[in-house]
Design a protein around this ligand. Structure first.
Ligand code: NAI
Ligand code: MG
Length: 352
């Protein structure tokens, strides 16, 4: 098995170095794979002029999984849009047909006071948002800004085929089946036909999963319920745009952006795994970035691409343990805990 490792820019190389240590420790425990480094984003622009060069395209096409740090930085802000590092990210998702974006929002008990909500509302929070990643209004045609009747008019098209809805619904039902067995599908069927189809197809798919209880919620209500009573949710499935917004909202209930991993999967369980944060240029090169989101992304890789649930749980357990022992990077530091750097946090996870 082959894992392409794209460290990227800013804090990317620092956090990826810690995730690699964890992967290598797992490897010495008997799981067989090769790590192959590649360039994506600003570092690729520097080396080749392209954010997603052909060699990287070939590398990730042949890999079983991709581990990504983060891309981008102010150094690249003046480049034309198609040459910017973030274009590399969109291109790699498209090239690998990564339509299912899984974003868990888990609150570790030790970080309850870091959440933006009261402890009694968030303690024990463990939800999974499944966001469709390759369709919806972000990609629909026609789109643009035009002159009509003497004024500018902007337009985008919200579009989903039943095939696209069904395949993401299956991912969500299967995830729910392995968790608490509750799936909430989020749409806006009261005003948008496209999401009426979404609701219909998700409801039809439910017949295959009698063990999962399905509910539906309108997106505006879902946004409210996420901050009113987030623990009512187990798995949420929704389209690209609603998922973009709701997953950012949910992630903030858990304390720090430096804690949150993600997986983007195709229909063969090939996946790209990355922390949800960016390249954090303000703290790059200082050994203070939190590597836990990237380490937890490795756990997701082991779970979803390599079906190594036990190894995934071991990593997640080790992260819980270091938090319980009081280790904190600067983003989650509170009086009474022990502040450590990026490498020391990686070391602590390894030792657990
Ligand atoms: P960011 O997520 O990089 O940083 C936001 C804030 O969170 C900063 O104060 C940063 O120091 C902090 N932060 C982020 N990750 C952290 C970590 N692991 N540990 C401790 N603190 C952390 O978002 P920002 O500043 O908007 O974007 C910076 C660059 O990253 C931009 O070029 C942006 O386009 C790019 N970006 C890339 C993403 C990716 O590669 N997937 C996602 C989001 C942004
Ligand atoms: Mg977003």
């Amino acid at each position: 098995m082959k894992i392409a490792v794209l460290a990227g820019d800013g804090i990317g190389p620092e956090i990826i170095a810690q995730a690699e240590r964890i992967l290598l420790a797992i490897k010495s425990d008997g799981l067989k794979f090769e790590l192959e480094p590649g360039l994506l984003g600003g570092c690729a622009v520097d080396a080749t002029g392209e954010p997603f060069p052909e060699v990287t395209r070939q590398l990730v096409a042949q890999a079983d999984a991709v581990l990504l740090g983060a891309v981008g930085g102010p150094r690249y802000d003046s480049l034309p849009r198609e040459k910017r590092p973030e274009q590399g990210l969109l291109a790699i998702r498209k090239a690998l047909n990564l339509f299912a974006n899984l974003r868990p929002a888990i609150l570790y008990p030790e970080l309850a006071s870091a959440s933006s909500l009261k402890p009694e509302i968030v303690s024990g929070l463990d939800i999974l948002i499944v966001r469709e990643l390759t369709g919806d209004i972000y990609f629909g045609q026609p789109r643009g800004i035009e002159q009509r009747d003497g004024q500018r008019v902007g337009f985008n098209t919200m579009i989903y085929s039943e095939t696209e809805i069904r395949r993401i619904a299956h991912v969500a039902f299967q995830a729910a089946r392995k968790r608490k067995g509750r799936l909430c599908s989020v749409d806006k069927m009261n005003v948008l036909e496209c999401t009426q189809l979404w609701r219909d197809v998700v409801s039809e798919t439910a017949a295959t999963y009698p063990d999962v209880s399905l509910s539906h919620m309108l997106v505006d209500n879902a946004a409210m319920q996420l901050v009113r009573d987030p623990k009512q949710f187990d798995v949420i499935v929704t389209g690209n745009m609603f998922g973009d917004i709701l997953s950012d909202e949910a992630s903030m209930l858990t304390g720090s952006i430096g804690m949150l991993p993600s997986a983007s999967l195709d229909d063969q369980n090939k996946g790209l795994y990355e922390p949800i944060h960016g390249s954090a240029p303000d703290i790059a090169g200082k050994n203070i970035a939190n590597p836990l989101a990237t380490i937890l992304s490795v756990a997701m890789m082991l779970r979803y691409t390599f079906a190594q649930e036990e190894a995934a749980l071991r990593i997640e357990g080790a992260v819980g343990k270091v938090l319980a022992q009081g280790y904190r990077t600067h983003d989650i530091f509170e009086p009474g805990t022990q502040k450590v750097g990026t490498a020391e946090m990686g070391e602590a996870v390894l030792a657990s």
